[in-house]
Structures are given as structure tokens and as C-alpha cells.
Design a protein around this ligand. Structure first.
Ligand code: F6R
Length: 241
């Protein structure tokens, strides 16, 4: 079931998302699912700002990110973990040991997938924030990923690597070709999911997620089966719905 919020502009999209994050922060031991990528950056700014005003604390918060690039260590500045440190964790009072990512440089990546999934199954994410790729990917579940997938190693498509290249000095060849990602079934366990999408490049994916047939060619269409999904978009991303 989708609740759809079409906000006036990017700032309002982030404000709506932050409203839901604030609500979650009021829980006793909040568990947030966070995502890398450009879309949540305005939300993370609001989280930082409100924290700096003394309105929130993250000392009891635990976070889980859906993915990490295969081969990149925590300290690699291009890793998802380093991205989250830079844009959020370095600026709030969260305990670093409460922030979780798959280990991109694990010696045995298959085992790392199993370990991450097992740890995930021992917790429940209260609110999972996600962006959406132009091809409908969520996390790094690319088209064709089985709906019953758990944490696994995924091959990033050429389109996704081109889109991500801006985080890799503009060079798609520098983007790792694989990542460890929570699977679609793993993501579906979150109590509530918030998809944020802005810009006309996302309009087809937003349409396919909400109105398209539920097919593995659009990974986000699995969300049609989730009981509590809020989609927050600007008018451009909502153009087809
Ligand atoms: C997962 C992840 C991706 C992005 C998606 C949209 O952690 O980063 O699923 O959410 O590629 O990216 P942006 O927000 O950059 O358009």
C-alpha cells in the first residue's frame, strides 16, 4: 500500500522525509535504514541541523545501510560507509558501532552476505529510507533480482555505474562492478519504507514501482506488496502517476 506525497520541490521532499524520521526517533530504541546516493543528502542536512540545534539525539539509534561496494574497505573514501560518515555520522552523536554496513573488503564475501543477513534478521528496521534508480533498483537490487532474494552479491548495470560515476571522479570505469546488497526480501521486512525520488529522470521508475505490473524487471514493484510504503516525490518525478 502506497501513500504518495508530491511535495513542491526538493527541500519539501526532504522536509516530509525528515518528519517521518523525527517520528521514528521518538521510539524507544529506533532503528533506521539509511541509503547512500544524492537524493537523501538534503534529508541528512536536516538531520544534522536539527541535531546541532539540540532537538535530537542519536545515542540510542542504530542504523543499517543496504549496501557496500565490493572490494572497498571502510576507510576508502568512496565506500558507502565513508559517504555516510561524511554526510551524517561525523556530525551527530551516533555511536559508530551502532552503524551497520556490509563489509566490502571481507575476505569471504559470500560469508559476509550470510552474516549481514543473519544480523539483519535479528533486528527490525523501523523506517527504511531508500532512493530509487532509473531502472527501478532499490538498494543495489538491479532488474531481474528475485523477489525472494536475501543479502547477496550483485552486479551493477552499466546504467547504474554511469549514474554513480559522479561519486567516482566522473569515471564509470572507477565504479566497482559489484556490490553487496540487502536483498528485496530483506528490505521488505522493514516496518515502514520511505522512497524519495526527485527529477524527471525518475518518473518512469516511480510509475513502474506504483502502477506497473509487479515484475522482477522493476525491483521496486515488489513494494506493491508492502503494507506501509510512503513515496515522497517532487512534481517532476510524479509526472506519470
Ligand atoms: C543504495 C543506493 C541506490 C540509490 C539509487 C538512487 O544505497 O545508493 O539505490 O538510492 O541509485 O540514487 P540517487 O539518489 O543518487 O539518485
Amino acid at each position: 500500500m502506497f501513500t504518495i506525497i508530491v511535495a513542491e520541490n526538493y527541500e519539501e521532499v526532504c522536509r516530509e522525509a525528515y518528519r517521518l524520521v523525527r517520528e521514528t526517533l521518538r521510539r524507544e530504541n529506533p532503528v533506521l535504514g539509511l541509503a547512500a546516493g544524492s537524493t537523501p543528502l538534503g534529508l541528512y542536512e536536516m538531520m544534522k541541523e536539527d541535531y546541532s540545534l539540540g532537538n535530537t539525539s542519536y545515542r540510542k539509534v542504530r542504523t543499517w545501510n543496504p549496501d557496500e561496494y565490493l572490494g572497498l574497505s571502510d576507510s576508502d573514501e568512496k565506500s558507502a560507509r565513508a559517504f555516510m560518515n561524511r554526510h551524517l555520522f561525523d556530525h551527530i552523536d551516533i555511536f559508530r558501532e551502532n552503524t551497520h554496513f556490509p563489509k566490502g573488503d571481507a575476505e569471504d564475501p559470500e560469508k559476509e552476505c550470510m552474516d549481514y543477513e543473519k544480523a539483519l534478521q535479528e533486528t527490525t528496521i523501523d523506517l527504511q529510507i531508500l532512493g530509487i534508480g532509473r531502472d527501478g533498483h532499490i538498494g543495489f537490487n538491479e532488474p531481474g533480482t528475485p523477489f525472494d532474494s536475501l543479502t547477496h552479491i550483485t552486479e551493477l548495470t552499466g546504467e547504474t555505474r554511469n549514474d554513480i560515476a559522479r561519486f567516482f571522479d566522473g569515471n564509470p570505469a572507477l565504479v566497482p562492478d559489484r556490490a553487496i546488497t540487502m536483498g528485496l526480501a530483506s528490505l521488505m521486512r522493514a516496518r515502514r519504507i520511505v522512497i524519495i525520488a526527485t527529477g524527471s529522470a525518475k518518473a518512469d521508475a516511480v510509475y513502474a514501482m506504483i502502477k506497473g505490473p509487479q515484475k522482477e524487471s522493476c525491483p521496486a514493484s515488489i513494494l506493491q506488496d508492502h503494507s506501509h510504503v510512503t513515496v515522497i516525490t517532487d512534481p517532476a518525478a510524479a509526472a506519470r502517476i
